[in-house]
Design a protein around this ligand. Sequence first.
Ligand code: SAM
Length: 235
Amino acid sequence: MKGKLFGISVGPGDPDLLTLKAKQILDECDIIAYPVKTAGEGSVALNIIKPNVDLSNKEVREYVFSMNPDYTVREQGWKKAYDDIASALESGKDIAMITLGDLSIFSTYMRIDRMIKSRGFETELVPGVPSFCHGASLAGIPLTMGEEALVVIPFNTDRSEALENALDNYENIVVMKAFKSVDRIADMVVSKGRDISCITVMSNIGMDDEYIGPVIRGREYGYFTTLLIKKEMKE
Ligand SMILES: C[S@@+](CC[C@H](N)C(=O)[O-])C[C@H]1O[C@@H](n2cnc3c(N)ncnc32)[C@H](O)[C@@H]1O
């Protein structure tokens, strides 16, 4: 019988936010795999599962999904990974590929799932806690209330119109990939006549050096930084 590919969401950082379903599949599968952009860079997702999953008798595989600007180089690398995954599945092994936060939110994993499914293998997606949900609970702030809408956007330094549009039209905005642009985003919020206190920085949620609080101008934030911008706080 062919093996099955599981996409396992491991939550944003706190190992205790791994779901029971994720743990059960990780305990039972033959191979635990994780995607990287560069060989040997390590995996935050792997560190998250370590306290709760015994890896001593598991095969752990790294798959490189390069983001090389040359699309041909990228495609060749990805094909190598897909071929290797397919060959393990063909030999009857179950693979659990782990991914940070929830796999439906800005995750390379969804492409892997689609490609492996198109090769005729069975796959299953296991949801988890997205970074901004854990961040909002640590901040004690609702993401939405009543009739309010919530929009989730990635901050792209070359295309800030998405944030302009969100600030004009939505009560609640989650800005992902904000790490290099926190001061710039704060300037945009202030230019709309809003107080900077409507921004909550959620950085390294569930990790060492976690910071949940107001914008500190001039501070450097790491890649794992998400902002929650609210129009108004309702009780
Ligand atoms: C490629 S996306 C992955 C999102 C992830 N799938 C999720 O559900 O949160 C990477 C972005 O997610 C956010 N992120 C992921 N983990 C985080 C964490 N522990 N703390 C703060 N932000 C995080 C950051 O905005 C980061 O730039």
